[in-house]
Design a protein around this ligand. Sequence first.
Ligand SMILES: O=C(CCC(O)(O)[C@H](Cc1ccccc1)NC(=O)c1ccccc1)N[C@@H](Cc1ccccc1)C(=O)O
Ligand SMILES: [Zn+2]
Length: 559
Amino acid sequence: MLFSRLQLAVSGEFAKFSKGQWLETVKFQWRTFKDPNLKRQFKQLSVLGTAALPEDKYEKYEKTVADMESIYSKAKICAYNNSEKCDLSLEPEMTEILANSRNEAELKHIWTEWRKQTGATIRPLYNDYVKLLNEAARLNNFTDAAEYWLNSYDTPDFKEQVAELWKQLRPFYLEVHAYMRRKLREKYGESIVSKRGPIPAHLLGNMWAQTWGNIAELGIPYPDVKPEDITKYLVQQKFTPLKMFKTAEEFFTSINLSPMTEEFWKYSVIEKPKDRDIVCHASAWDFYNGRDFRIKQCTEVSEEDFVTVHHEMGHIEYYMQYKDQPFIYREGANPGFHEAIGDVIALSVITPKHLSRIGLLPNVTQSKEADLNYLMKVALDKIVFLPFGYLMDLWRWQVFKGTIPEKDYNCEWWKLRLNYQGVKPPTVRSEKDFDPAAKYHIVSSTPYIRYFVSFILQFQFHEALCTRAGEFDPNNPSEKPLHQCDIYQSKEAGNLLKTVLEMGSSKPWPDALEVITGQRNMDAGPLLSYFAPIHNWLKEENKKSGEYVGWESTEKGDI
Ligand SMILES: O=C(CCC(O)(O)[C@H](Cc1ccccc1)NC(=O)c1ccccc1)N[C@@H](Cc1ccccc1)C(=O)O
Ligand SMILES: [Zn+2]
């Protein structure tokens, strides 16, 4: 517990410092300032955050979040059918089983035991946390914590914009959901996967059913043109976590972005330590001295973790590009920007063209079938994620506003999971459970709508950078399809991206978006055109098979 006492002491010190700074700024009538830059800096400085709490409540807040995160990070369960082996952690053991096991009973065991370890114990802490975070929000002149979190987008109709984007993308998600439900029914049988109901959440290759890429082989459109499994090649070529990081770094430098610093290689933690429990959820850290940037990731040699390495390194690149901005501007243009950078690079890296170019795949067969197989795999990670990325904060905004009372936390969670994702729990749930706490961002108080925003923006960025790299022509999209674009070694694309990264949060995010794409709003267009071939194929396929598109909310025999 020494570490957490240290952590509490440091955050207390930082809170005192930032409150001092804040008291300085509120002395000024900054709203009347003429200089837009000075006004913007004071506006951002005027939001103090949780440090606005009185010292005793601030410490209670920090301790509550630290305790929730500690329970989550230390939770272990016993293996299926082996009550002797009880040292399974979320990473790597449970994650690996959810990804690779096709034993329904084992999947149900892991899914349920994890929630047993992270639900009931965290639930009372969460209730305290909500009260304290709302109190902090009010001290910052927000009505509640939902408005405080939404302030990061500084966009009056932001919630409406997100709802509109989901409305445009939901029909595509329904086609993917219907198609995968049929494939899962063929695999596990109708007693487990019904014809017209929601999909049981434990069968989808991921602890939260947020991405389904790990069960891509169950839904591959043309199995005889089976794409190679990258993990197999990473292992075969004896990739280590370090080599995964070096390979990712080389992509960023190939487009004229910065190499990782000496401190980065010296201080990052890229493998799970054997001797102590750490928070394994990946993260990227800025030490605000222009040199010390670090990633903490319990990296396994797998395709999924190779993509995550790029995601985390995207954060580091952003840190490095805006390091000379005033302190208050060393952030993303909005939180969705920060989450999108690494994923944009990964959209080029995961193309068969790029993977074979760097020797991670044998030279690939170009064909319509191979293309559709690839697009299905990417859709299972990108389209599938959207409803989850949305509902996480739909639930929390309502909890912060009090529209979801404490007594209904779990029931309302599963209503959202049913309504947006069309998934259901494999075992009966009650208000003794607290399933939102099974997800890291809930226990660590990390907002989540940033990832929904990122998944829209990253396709707008991808289209713009691919155009700049000459890898895509918006006037002739069929000649070079966007999903085959690889911006590797394009300094033009990298320099365009760099201009936005250097800006940090010095300008409103529509200005930053306009620099890259020429547009000032989030737009589902590039995402829909990237996936158009597989979207059409799925509509045809579901019509041919007569699969019911959508799901019924109550099933015969279900509660
Ligand atoms: O959580 C992550 C990756 C970790 C992170 O890089 O977003 C990390 C989360 C975190 C960790 C500790 C404290 C706060 C947030 N975020 C950062 O490291 C970060 C956040 C803001 C600025 C710079 C870095 N991804 C999400 C969503 C996602 C993204 C991409 C693909 C799949 C899924 C998830 O796994 O559910
Ligand atoms: Zn991130």
